[in-house]
Design a protein around this ligand. Structure first.
Ligand code: UT7
Length: 310
């Protein structure tokens, strides 16, 4: 869906969206597709790339704010869809766009405790969550899914370290309140479209995003004792090209070292980082020997950074 497609529906322009966000188009799932369908496709491609079958998967963690159902978790439905054994599964929900890096942080500690293969999915069908009439939010998002399989030993890359953080005092800068126990669904709230009212203090989110993604990346590199100059590619959360540029500028990274695909997908929430990783890898922008850093932030307010040695 292009910016011009949106401008036919709400009071916006290609010029506004492009200059404020860098987004040119985004993909939306078809009406008959759901979170589970996108998760399945990403999972199958990750398992295929790893040379593993459903029997080889020992656990599933799925990060999403847009689950298939209210209950049970999407991960259990994915286990059945993929034909896995009766392995444990769980969703990591509500962490917004930082959810997938948080999930790989959880996965690595599970693997350190007991060697196993964990399928880690980041998926979002934000088109079902947002109001299609609110120009301040609808143009920003897209649907997508990405996945990796993590396991013990050496694969294509080693997860060197991850740092995650949360500042719950900033929870109110990005919320969707209706539908939880504090503000349950009512006929009135549904009629008013409150269940799709994404409250976002855009400029505050912008500032915090730049601050936190830059500082957690520096903290991580210091902890693993690797200088910025050794980073071959930074794959930041794709919410806004201006946010990405500001991080690159703050860190002093040249443009070719910062991955960008927000122009084609918009903000796909917890899927942006695994999607970016998959594209960068597929386009041979990642070579053996490369140090790749992933970073994200999201509602919560959560942030995280991960270092992968290819
Ligand atoms: O993954 C986490 C999710 N969220 C984010 O990462 C969002 C972070 N924030 C941002 O990316 C930016 O703050 C936005 C893209 C959301 C907004 O950009 P901005 O430069 O901060 O614009 P603004 O909020 O200051 O709005 C400027 C104007 C307003 O009009 P007035 O009040 O100045 O007359 C808005 O009503 O732009 C107006 N506006 C629009 N105009 C045309 C808001 N949305 C639109 C639109 N088309 N789609």
């Amino acid at each position: 869906m292009t910016n011009d497609d949106w401008s036919a529906l709400v009071d916006t322009t290609d010029e506004w969206i492009t200059t404020r966000t860098g987004i040119k188009e985004r993909r939306f799932a078809a009406d008959d597709q759901s979170t589970l369908d996108l998760s399945e496709q990403a999972a199958l491609r990750a398992m295929g790339d790893a040379g593993l079958s459903a029997d080889d998967i020992d656990e599933i963690i799925l990060a999403t704010d847009t689950p298939e159902l209210y209950t049970p978790d999407t991960a259990s439905l994915l286990q059945d869809r993929l034909g896995c054994r009766t392995i444990p599964t769980y969703d990591l929900g509500g962490s917004g766009c930082a959810g997938w890096i948080q999930a790989i942080d959880v996965a690595r500690s599970r693997i350190a405790f007991e060697p196993k293969n964990i399928l880690v999915v980041g998926v979002e069908l934000i088109s079902r969550l947002i109001s299609w009439e609110d120009r301040a939010t609808c143009v920003l998002f897209g649907d997508g899914a990405g996945a990796i399989v993590m396991g013990p030993g050496t694969g294509k890359a080693t997860l060197v370290d991850v740092i995650s953080g949360t500042d719950g005092s900033k929870a109110d800068i990005l919320t969707l309140q209706t539908g939880g126990t504090r503000h349950p669904f009512t006929v009135e709230s549904a009629a008013a479209g409150d269940h799709q009212r994404l409250d976002m203090k855009g400029s505050e989110v912008f500032r915090e995003a730049v601050r936190r993604m830059s500082s957690v990346t520096l903290e991580l590199l210091e902890r693993i004792d690797r200088p910025l100059g050794e980073v071959a590619l930074l794959i930041p959360h794709q919410a806004n090209k201006r946010i990405i540029d500001a991080i690159g500028h703050k860190l002093g990274l040249s443009e070719d070292k910062v991955f960008v695909n927000v122009d084609r997908y918009g903000n796909t929430g917890s899927a942006t980082v695994p999607l970016g990783l998959w594209e960068a890898y597929g386009e041979s922008r990642i070579q053996p020997g490369d140090l790749v850093v992933l970073t994200a932030f999201g509602a919560g307010f959560h942030w995280a950074s991960a270092a992968m040695q290819f």
